[in-house]
Ligand binder design. Structure first.
Ligand SMILES: [Zn+2]
Length: 319
């Protein structure tokens, strides 16, 4: 598939919209738009690169009320959710305190991709793919201007409730819940139609996050990556995470290394999802939780395995 096919606006009703990037592959993240009574709008996540962020802006400008974007929420610190802040710099940009820390210290912002792209590792090869597919011309880091911890209720002409459910996918994940519309924007606590990947963990908290989202009884859920779902789709993610948690715990107690556990896993009903190798990172998280001394995070080595085994899935996508 090609980049030019991506970026789709969906009207979810009650002033809520999703701006989704099929197929939700690495770097293809979803955004949300909530239009309040009064002509203002809140944007949830601002896309990965400049063309994607511009497409999001154009989609908002093309809405019947052409709302002004007064507020932005960054659900977490991964660049595909906040790189586009540069095109929303006049808005108040909100994140959890932990997410602001992640953004400030992010090891993989666009200015570093060229440096990482040298070498013959799978990681470097993946960075060269990124160079070819994403366009950061004109990019500059624009960070959140307001932070919160726990919960924050916003009035943007509609009530939007932010809840910090991280650490889970990252250290400070936020979900944005629009009660009157029953719409929930989950960030990367949920991936749909592809294998989820969790960076911070522990995995048990990722499962707990699924339960807390489910308890809100949303009518519509916009995940961080992949197609829009209803509440039943949350269960699929929860089941996968619980499956990995149980399997990795057993493997740990059986004396297997994380790599052995990953190589021997039978993903059965999750095997058809793209990016199956992300399970390696999820297994590593469980090991780290069980034995923090021996299994510290070494994300670059992990990514060599994850990206290397995933070549078939990301190479298919070209600009
Ligand atoms: Zn993401």
């Amino acid at each position: 598939m090609s980049r030019t096919d991506t970026g789709k606006l969906t009207d979810l009703g009650d002033g809520c919209y999703a701006f989704t990037q099929a197929p939700g592959c690495w770097g293809f993240a979803n955004s949300g738009i909530i239009v309040g009574d009064g002509g203002g709008a809140l944007v949830v996540d601002t896309q990965n690169d400049m063309p994607m962020a511009r497409a999001l802006r154009d989609a908002i400008d093309g809405l019947p009320s052409s709302p002004s974007v007064d507020s932005v929420v960054n659900t977490h610190g991964d660049g595909d959710h906040w790189n586009g802040n540069v095109l929303f710099r006049d808005a108040e940009i909100i994140s959890s305190e932990a997410t602001l820390k992640d953004i400030r210290g992010h090891w993989l912002d666009p200015s570093r991709i060229d440096a990482y792209a040298a070498g013959d590792t799978a990681f470097a090869e993946f960075m060269r793919w990124r160079q070819g597919i994403f366009d950061y011309d004109g990019w500059t880091p624009v960070h959140p201007t307001r932070t919160y911890e726990g919960e924050l209720r916003l009035d943007v002409g509609a009530t939007v409730e932010l809840q910090q459910l991280g650490p889970a996918h990252t250290s400070g994940d936020t979900v944005a819940w629009v009660p009157h519309a029953g719409v929930l924007y989950s960030g990367d606590l949920l991936f749909t139609a592809s294998t989820p990947i969790m960076w911070a963990g522990p995995l048990s908290r990722c499962i707990e996050a699924c339960d807390r989202i489910t308890a809100l009884e949303p009518r519509v859920v916009v995940p961080g990556h992949g197609p829009i779902i209803d509440a039943s789709g949350i269960l699929t993610v929860r089941q996968y995470l619980a499956f990995v948690l149980e399997y990795a715990t057993e493997s740990y107690h059986a004396g297997k290394s994380p790599l052995e556990a990953y190589q021997q896993i039978d993903l059965s009903r999750y095997a058809h999802w793209p990016h199956a190798s992300r399970t390696y990172q999820n297994i590593r998280l469980v090991y780290r939780e069980l034995d923090p001394q021996r299994h510290e995070a070494d994300v670059r080595t992990t990514l060599d395995v994850v990206y290397g085994d995933d070549r078939g899935d990301w190479r298919e996508i070209a600009r």
